[in-house]
Design a protein around this ligand. Structure first.
Ligand code: MG
Ligand code: MG
Length: 282
């Protein structure tokens, strides 16, 4: 039995709009700073400033033992990289994960950038393609939330999308999906039940119906799905050394449809290729 329902009331869904928009704005504040020569600590500071300016707080800092506003994962790091003195280099693929808590409710979102590198267009194309496929798989999962009946359908949509993209026309690479790290419910806490697998599962999972809010976050590599945790006890890195990408949005299903809480347009642009129009939370 659930101790409490995983489904939120319309009023609770409305409370999640602002933290979602603040999370989106924090990542927007990072975006123009991503270039060669910047440290990951500087990117983290920009997100932190924005969240404080909006009267919110970083929910990553509420995670036990974690002291930063973002996780920033570079190249073979996939998720949970710790921002610090690392200086971004031309051609790096950089995933930034961030969340804000506002008036007791949470947002959680991640994006991947590729640092321009005029000397290595092939490297940039390969890494941009990995990011594009990862982002596309996230939108496939989000789109499925509009019509699917069970959470297991989302994993099938995500995995199916990635299978449909590989081997890559750009690089010949086939893609791996991390299996040990998954999406999650979100609300009063950043991490709530249920888990959202990024691959097909034998179990259909919980029912998708109005009131469900999920953080959908595929973590994809340009190779195998095996990872290890670095000596910092946080950073998740590929065993085979291939690149990783991470995209994430917090998404609400409500009486009118779906709405991407961590996108300023509610997900309209990302969902358009899937024929889904997001509906604002009334
Ligand atoms: Mg996240
Ligand atoms: Mg998350």
């Amino acid at each position: 039995m659930f101790r409490k329902s995983i489904y939120k009331t319309p009023a609770q869904l409305r409370s999640m709009v602002q933290p979602g928009l603040i999370t989106a704005a924090a990542l927007d504040a990072v975006r123009p700073l991503v270039r060669a020569g910047v440290t990951t600590a500087e990117l983290d500071a920009a997100a932190d400033r924005l969240i404080m300016q909006r009267g919110a707080e970083s929910n990553f800092k509420l995670v036990r033992g974690y002291r930063h506003t973002t996780c920033i994962s570079v190249n073979e790091q996939v998720v949970h990289g710790i921002p610090g003195a690392l200086v971004l280099q031309p051609g790096d693929i950089v995933s930034v994960d961030c969340g804000a808590q506002y008036q007791g409710w949470n947002g959680d979102s991640a994006v991947t950038f590729v640092v321009p590198d005029d000397e290595r267009p092939e490297l940039v194309a390969r890494r941009t393609e990995l990011s594009r496929v990862t982002e596309g798989s996230m939108w496939a999962g989000i789109a499925a939330m509009a019509t699917a009946t069970h959470i297991g359908d989302l994993g099938a949509a995500i995995e199916g999308y990635i299978e449909g993209q590989g081997p890559s026309a750009v690089s010949g690479e086939t893609y791996g999906i991390l299996r040990e790290y998954v999406g999650h419910g979100i609300g009063r806490k950043m991490h709530e039940a249920p888990s959202v697998f990024n691959y097909r599962t034998p179990d259909a999972g919980a029912e998708i119906r109005p009131g469900l809010v999920l953080a959908i976050e595929p973590m994809v590599t340009a190779g195998g799905d095996a990872t290890f945790i670095e000596d910092d006890d946080w950073t998740v890195t590929t065993v085979d050394g291939t690149d990783g990408s991470h995209w994430e949005h917090s998404v609400a299903r409500h009486d009118g449809g779906i709405w991407v809480l961590t996108a300023a347009d509610g997900g309209a642009a990302g969902l358009a290729p899937f024929g889904i129009t997001p509906v604002p939370i009334a």
